[in-house]
Design a protein around this ligand. Sequence first.
Ligand code: FAD
Length: 368
Amino acid sequence: MKTLILVGGGHAHLFILHQLKNHKLDNVQVCLISTSTHQYYSGMLSGYAEGIFQQSEIRVNLRQLCKQAGVMFMQEKVEHIDPVKQNIVTLKGKEITYDLISFNIGSVLNTSHVPGADQYAMLIKPYDQLPQQIEKVRQSENVIIVGGGASGVEISLALQSWRNQHDIPNTVHLISQGNILHEVSKKATNIVTQRFQQVGVSLHQHNQVLRVEKDIVHVIHTQSKAKQTLPYDTLIWLAGVTASSIFKYHHTLETDEAGYLFVNNQLQSTSFSNVFGVGDCVSFKHHAHVTKTGVYAVKAAETLWHNLLAYVQGTDLKTYKPQRHYLAILSTGHRQALLKYGTFVAHGRWCWTLKKKIDTSFIKKYIE
Ligand SMILES: Cc1cc2nc3c(=O)[nH]c(=O)nc-3n(C[C@H](O)[C@H](O)[C@H](O)COP(=O)(O)OP(=O)(O)OC[C@H]3O[C@@H](n4cnc5c(N)ncnc54)[C@H](O)[C@@H]3O)c2cc1C
């Protein structure tokens, strides 16, 4: 009997569990280890924050899905992997050996460059505390979000839209080191900057957070160098992600500088062929364009399924070719959204309707 360990309940592992419901593997015992019993779908977090979706609509019960798939479920945090001994160690000190292992653990929010951020900011990743966190945010007078990328923009507009509907006077503040969405396109920046005015989010562009204290955040304007402090009750940190420390621990798995697991086109570690990985937690040596978004984890899932089976059966592995362009839809509050595909950018209600259709049909497969 061989042991296949799936670490993390990310997008691709949901697909593997779904497949296992209908395809039992001979002589392979499968175990899923994840930090939480529920997997929240990031595409619908903003809709939840805005009060459009209920908790039950945006999360998958991993324990139940595992039961249906004949997979053992363990709620644990994996701390490190020793690929030479073929074992992993969990936070509670459990040592588990494997024949084959697959990682789909996402990334962690990066607070390392700003003193006090780790101690005082609310970190919504992993999402297992999300309902309590959203409740706290709703009751806070001064809410500041740090990070002008897609997630910071989505969450600030969602929280402000919720406040508008509930006639709450204080506006949400968003601090961005450069222009918001500068990595998307100039057109996206312009549309969303205008949207911030319509929805009523206070935008602090070109402001870098220097340090965080208990109730205030110190910022410096990157152009004028003027310093100021902003008070907060809740500070949400969405200023970029980094790698979990799991892979670097034994220095035997090849990773990139940040610590993301290097994988080849078959989704195998470049140093150990029985270690697979997908989604945010991996880097492709030859596909630098792959970004840390859920889309890549979703798209790699079928290849991962094929290759895990092929590895066990000793047959040919498939090649995964990450796409260059993908459809990105970002909710901008009050059931409107920004859509981007290649150089095409659009904004409106139809974009939100399309996003809702794509997101609900994705999650429906796993919560039935
Ligand atoms: C607010 C917000 C909104 C976003 N919206 C979108 C969007 O609309 N579309 C999009 O494509 N991307 C979006 N993203 C980005 C997206 O969240 C990630 O890119 C995506 O979730 C990565 O998917 P994944 O499958 O790699 O892992 P994840 O979805 O992050 O899942 C990782 C799983 O592994 C578990 N885990 C983590 N560490 C361990 C460990 N050490 N041991 C055991 N289990 C572990 C976690 O609990 C979790 O269950 C958003 C991000 C944020 C913060």
